[in-house]
Design a binder for this molecule. Structure first.
Ligand code: SF4
Ligand code: SF4
Length: 338
């Protein structure tokens, strides 16, 4: 099995997550949020559409494209022509998806406004800092609004949304949200009206024989949902429900049998064992253990002298740490110091 341990990690290959073909509509009669897209006031020179998710719990491409890649690209072309006519579009696709690459390349032959880029689906290569660097060769800062540099990173679902709602002026009120994890009876792809509480989305699918925890937008750097009445919005990407466990598994990435998310959330902390796993895996060449040692010695400000601002908060260091040190949490805490 080929994996990337250096400067990233192939989560999809290690923990493949399967979703069924069918999409289920979630019924909800309460107040919902209408679709809206904040069109940037700055000139857009580049549009990046990422069709190469690097997280196994992300929405699969087939659900977005629905075997109609040309139709999706026609929509992208219409959106570009109508709103961003001076821009160049970059569609990024997994190099292993040869059929999709072929379809895109065929479409591209008549379109000089479009480029197709292939990428390895290694986490977190699709993070804004890395994708902009890899596709355009530009350095942006973590958390920076890419529009300041004339770059619009467009969620594929928003391509459809802008086309349907603003150009065709038809109803567009649902978002596709994949739900997965060991706390569910089955993984599902749900079609949900933003504004729907998470509880209403999950109630039919969570296991009732266990305690579980719910996370929004990724296990490595997403957020835990403490209150299930929280509503999803137009930026929600995915929901993961994991069984609550009272033990941790060292070296989780060596265990390929199940999706074990055991780092930085549950259980005990141990000592740093100077293994350098966190240094090796960091995609932006930082030395996360340094931040831990500064923090542990009570020298949080000192952590900032080691290029802390370059951290893209991917959470891979916490994930790989065999001592389960809360590295991402420590990094965020040190970053937030005034
Ligand atoms: S969270 Fe930051 S320090 Fe840790 S691996 Fe990711 S980029 Fe590197
Ligand atoms: S991975 Fe954990 S134990 Fe290993 S060097 Fe980094 S902080 Fe220390």
């Amino acid at each position: 099995m080929k994996k990337a341990y250096k400067k990233g990690f192939n989560l999809i290959e290690t923990y493949p997550v399967k979703f069924p073909e069918t999409v289920i509509l979630v019924k909800y009669d309460g107040p919902v949020d209408n679709f809206s897209f904040s069109f940037p006031d700055k000139k857009v020179e580049h549009i990046i559409v990422n069709l190469c998710p690097t997280e196994p719990w992300a929405l699969p491409n087939r659900v977005i494209l629905r075997n109609a890649t040309h139709d999706f690209l026609d929509k992208l072309e219409a959106v570009r022509t109508e709103y961003f006519p001076d821009s160049h579009c970059h569609v990024v696709v997994d190099h292993l998806e040869s059929n999709l690459v072929n379809e895109l390349t065929q479409f591209k032959t008549q379109k000089d406004w479009l480029s197709i880029h292939t990428m390895e689906a290694v986490y977190p290569y699709d993070a804004p800092v890395l994708i902009v660097k890899n596709i355009l060769g530009l350095d942006i800062a973590f958390g920076q609004n890419t529009i300041e540099d004339g770059i619009l990173i467009l969620d594929p679902q928003n391509v459809t949304g802008i086309f349907e709602y603003y150009i065709k002026e038809t109803e567009f009120n649902t978002r596709l949200i994949p739900i997965s994890g060991t706390g569910l009876k089955d993984n599902k792809i749900l079609k949900v009206k933003p504004g729907t509480p998470i509880k209403s989305m999950l109630e039919l699918y969570v296991r009732t024989d266990i305690k579980y925890r719910v996370f929004l937008d990724g296990l490595l750097n997403g957020t835990e949902v403490k209150d299930l009445t929280q509503k999803i919005d137009w930026s929600t990407k995915n929901i993961i429900v994991i069984e609550e466990r009272d033990y941790k598994t060292p070296f989780p990435y060596l265990n390929v049998n199940e999706l074990l998310f055991t780092t930085s959330l549950m259980g005990e902390l141990r000592r740093c064992v100077y293994c350098n796993f966190c240094d090796d895996i960091c995609p932006v060449n930082l030395e996360p253990a340094l931040y831990w040692h500064c923090y542990d010695r009570g020298e949080k400000h000192k952590a900032r002298t080691y290029a802390l601002e370059k951290c893209i908060e991917c959470g891979l260091c916490s994930f790989s740490c065999p001592s389960k040190l809360e590295l991402l949490q420590v990094i965020r805490e040190c970053k937030s110091l005034k």
